[in-house]
Design a protein around this ligand. Structure first.
Ligand SMILES: Cc1cc2nc3c(=O)[nH]c(=O)nc-3n(C[C@H](O)[C@H](O)[C@H](O)COP(=O)(O)OP(=O)(O)OC[C@H]3O[C@@H](n4cnc5c(N)ncnc54)[C@H](O)[C@@H]3O)c2cc1C
Ligand SMILES: *[C@@H]1O[C@H](CO)[C@@H](O)[C@H](O)[C@H]1NC(C)=O
Ligand SMILES: *[C@@H]1O[C@H](CO)[C@@H](O)[C@H](O)[C@H]1NC(C)=O
Ligand SMILES: *[C@@H]1O[C@H](CO)[C@@H](O)[C@H](O)[C@H]1NC(C)=O
Ligand SMILES: *[C@@H]1O[C@H](CO)[C@@H](O)[C@H](O)[C@H]1NC(C)=O
Ligand SMILES: *[C@@H]1O[C@H](CO)[C@@H](O)[C@H](O)[C@H]1NC(C)=O
Ligand SMILES: *[C@@H]1O[C@H](CO)[C@@H](O)[C@H](O)[C@H]1NC(C)=O
Ligand SMILES: *[C@@H]1O[C@H](CO)[C@@H](O)[C@H](O)[C@H]1NC(C)=O
Ligand SMILES: *[C@@H]1O[C@H](CO)[C@@H](O)[C@H](O)[C@H]1NC(C)=O
Ligand SMILES: *[C@@H]1O[C@H](CO)[C@@H](O)[C@H](O)[C@H]1NC(C)=O
Ligand SMILES: *[C@@H]1O[C@H](CO)[C@@H](O)[C@H](O)[C@H]1NC(C)=O
Ligand SMILES: *[C@@H]1O[C@H](CO)[C@@H](O)[C@H](O)[C@H]1NC(C)=O
Length: 496
């Protein structure tokens, strides 16, 4: 039975956690003991012995052998040696924003939680910063905000840089600074054989290319990043909400902004179209930003000529906008599903996507706690052009005529009993979204890994040549296949 999160301190007992009976292998019991001997009791936590909280309920339910919390690169390498020596499965966690078990919460094995490795040090007179492999977005914004600097960070403070800045990293600043992976100068990486290497344009260039796009978890454990900083003080941040009468007009105007302002490097926006179970209707909201503190930026005048039911605006730093870095234990986490698709701009497709969402919502209206949000925003031409720097990245978007539209359907719900129903809703919606894109001749195969659903063929979507090249890089650094679907670190989107 599920207990309400209205009662703080009560724990969520999911009706049928598939993991409550996971047995811990002797190998992993042994590994946890060895880790504890090597690093002491504070670096090793056992399941259910503290208030460990991770973003998604499906990962929260996972029964792991123990959690190892290394404090530096040497410890990560030594810990990895212990795990491979004991032949115990493991998962690597940064911000923990994945949606499936074993991505960053190990089923029956060891979760290597990098949370203590979250330092941020400005370097080169503030043009760069070195950040720990366990830093979350809020850690980086906070350190840089204080110096009127920023980076190509994301929208939510608790998202880990580890997953974000290896898969793509779509930023509210993308129209000025591109995607996060294209402003990373260097990775420090613990290879599968526990050797520590510095990966940059000149040292291990193949790995440098591969790390920028393949997500975490295919080549080893990243213990630090060197990122590019940008000057940034407060920015203008607004939000708007409209009633259902204005949906089509708003989407039309959003389309105009996404396309006509493609090369405007002063602003960004995105909308959220949701189903509201409480009132059995739909919500439409948008976040708008102008990168200087101003009053009523003119670029949003036409959008603002549409009557809104709510409108707010403020001057704020990105760190304050993105919010805190921690995941609170109450309310307990919900279950989530993400899935993504990409297409070339089409006004008609954008309008169709909302209609498709409404057509298919019926079956999941009664899902307890359902909160689906359909989000489409552009990959600006600026960001696509930025994908060629320092040898390019692995995403396969070089030379594509921008902007592209990337779509995320993000749904939260409460109970495991509804997992299949939500999954089938996604199957139907994405079939129709992609059929619509195909028939309008605006389909693009690219799938953003950060918004990927398990089972989506992310790496094929980068193009066959890139996929093969990524697999080759993986094989060359991991001949034993430790970080593959058949290996010890088998969760997440794997190249092989
Ligand atoms: C609420 C929310 C908001 C989001 N907002 C944005 C956004 O604005 N822009 C955007 O682009 N994306 C966004 N995302 C998507 C997000 O970038 C991805 O889900 C990303 O993978 C999360 O990274 P993480 O470190 O938090 O997750 P984790 O689950 O900790 O990690 C993801 C994967 O990377 C691996 N990994 C993480 N760190 C390391 C490391 N140091 N070394 C090796 N492997 C590692 C993990 O093992 C795991 O397989 C958002 C997601 C959520 C849930
Ligand atoms: C876990 O084990 C108990 C006792 O054997 C059993 O009743 C229960 O159904 C199992 N749960 C799952 C999800 O398999
Ligand atoms: C977990 O949280 C509860 C409630 O906040 C607190 O009373 C308890 O001491 C915490 N337990 C641990 C091990 O931190
Ligand atoms: C790494 O952290 C450990 C504590 O776990 C400490 O003993 C060790 O000196 C640190 N090593 C380095 C190189 O900082
Ligand atoms: C920082 O800038 C000053 C002045 O330009 C220069 O003298 C100094 O060498 C720079 N330091 C670094 C670390 O680049
Ligand atoms: C940051 O910019 C603001 C506004 O221009 C200024 O008041 C403040 O002193 C600056 N802070 C730093 C550390 O430079
Ligand atoms: C949805 O319905 C509720 C209650 O009837 C109403 O208050 C709200 O304004 C409606 N929302 C929209 C976006 O139409
Ligand atoms: C749409 O407009 C009409 C007329 O103003 C109004 O009665 C109705 O409530 C509006 N619909 C919504 C969803 O707000
Ligand atoms: C943006 O600039 C690029 C390069 O100059 C150009 O190819 C593209 O068409 C421009 N986009 C728009 C919408 O004008
Ligand atoms: C962006 O801002 C700069 C500096 O304020 C300004 O010169 C430029 O014209 C703006 N660009 C657009 C497209 O508004
Ligand atoms: C943001 O700051 C500018 C410059 O100080 C000011 O003119 C404007 O009114 C502020 N905007 C908001 C929304 O507070
Ligand atoms: C570890 O793997 C790397 C990459 O394959 C290789 O160059 C290095 O020689 C290996 N080190 C050891 C000690 O085996």
């Amino acid at each position: 039975m599920r207990l309400s999160w209205l009662f703080p301190g009560w724990t969520l007992i999911s009706s049928a956690s598939a993991y409550q009976n996971t047995t811990i292998s002797p190998n992993c019991q042994n590994a946890c003991q060895l880790l504890q001997v090597a690093f002491g009791p504070t670096a090793v936590q056992y399941f259910a012995q503290d208030n460990f909280t991770i973003w998604d309920a499906k990962q929260q339910e996972v029964r792991y052998a123990c959690r190892f919390e290394p404090s530096n690169t040497t410890d990560v390498a030594a810990g990895l040696r212990i795990l491979t020596g004991a032949w115990c499965n493991f998962a690597v966690k940064c911000g923990g924003h994945s949606r499936d078990p074993d991505f960053s919460s190990s089923v029956g094995g060891v979760t290597i939680d990098l949370k203590n490795m979250n330092g941020v040090e400005a370097a080169n007179n503030g043009t760069r910063a070195r950040i720990g492999g366990g830093a979350v977005t809020a850690d980086v914004y906070a350190a840089l905000d204080a110096r009127n600097l920023t980076f190509a960070g994301g929208r939510v403070g608790s998202v880990g840089v580890g997953g974000f800045a290896t898969g793509g990293g779509t930023s509210p600043l993308a129209s000025r600074h591109g995607w996060a992976i294209d402003s990373i100068y260097e990775y420090e990486l613990v290879l599968p054989n526990a050797t520590v290497v510095t990966v940059d344009e000149h040292q291990h260039p193949e790995l440098y290319w591969a790390l920028r796009g393949a997500g975490g978890g295919n080549f080893g454990i990243i213990t630090s990043f060197v990122i590019q900083n940008f000057p940034q003080g407060q920015l203008y941040a607004g939000s708007r909400a409209w009633n259902g009468n204005y949906t089509e007009r708003v989407i039309d105007e959003v389309y105009n902004l996404y396309t006509s302002q493609d090369n405007n490097s002063n602003m960004s926006l995105e909308y959220y179209y949701g189903y509201v179970a409480r009132s059995d209707n739909y919500s439409l909201a948008a976040n708008v930003r102008y990168y200087d503190p101003v009053e009523d930026p003119q670029v949003f005048d036409r959008l603002d000529s549409i009557p809104a039911i709510a409108r707010s605006q403020r001057n704020i730093t990105l760190g304050n906008l993105a919010g805190p870095g921690h995941i609170p234990a109450t309310p307990p986490p919900l279950r989530h599903l993400f899935q993504t698709t990409t297409n070339f701009p089409s006004r008609e497709w954008l309008q169709n996507s909302l209609r498709i969402f409404r057509e298919e919502i019926g079956e999941v209206k009664s899902v307890e706690g359902i909160n689906p949000q359909l989000i489409t925003y552009p990959i600006p031409s600026r960001a696509i052009r930025g994908m060629t720097v320092r040898g390019g990245n692995a995403l396969g978007l070089n030379g594509v005529q921008g902007p592209l539209f990337v779509t995320l359907l993000s749904t939260a719900w409460a109970s495991a009993e509804d997992d299949a129903r939500v999954g089938e809703f996604y199957d139907r919606v994405f079939k129709k979204l992609e059929d619509s894109a195909q028939s309008l001749n605006v389909y693009h195969p690219y799938k953003y890994i950060g918004y990927g659903r398990l089972g989506q063929d992310i790496f094929s979507s980068y193009g066959e040549a890139n996929n093969e090249r990524l697999v080759q890089v993986q094989e060359s650094v991991d001949p034993q296949g430790i970080f593959t679907s058949g290996g010890l670190c088998h969760g997440g989107f794997k190249l092989r």
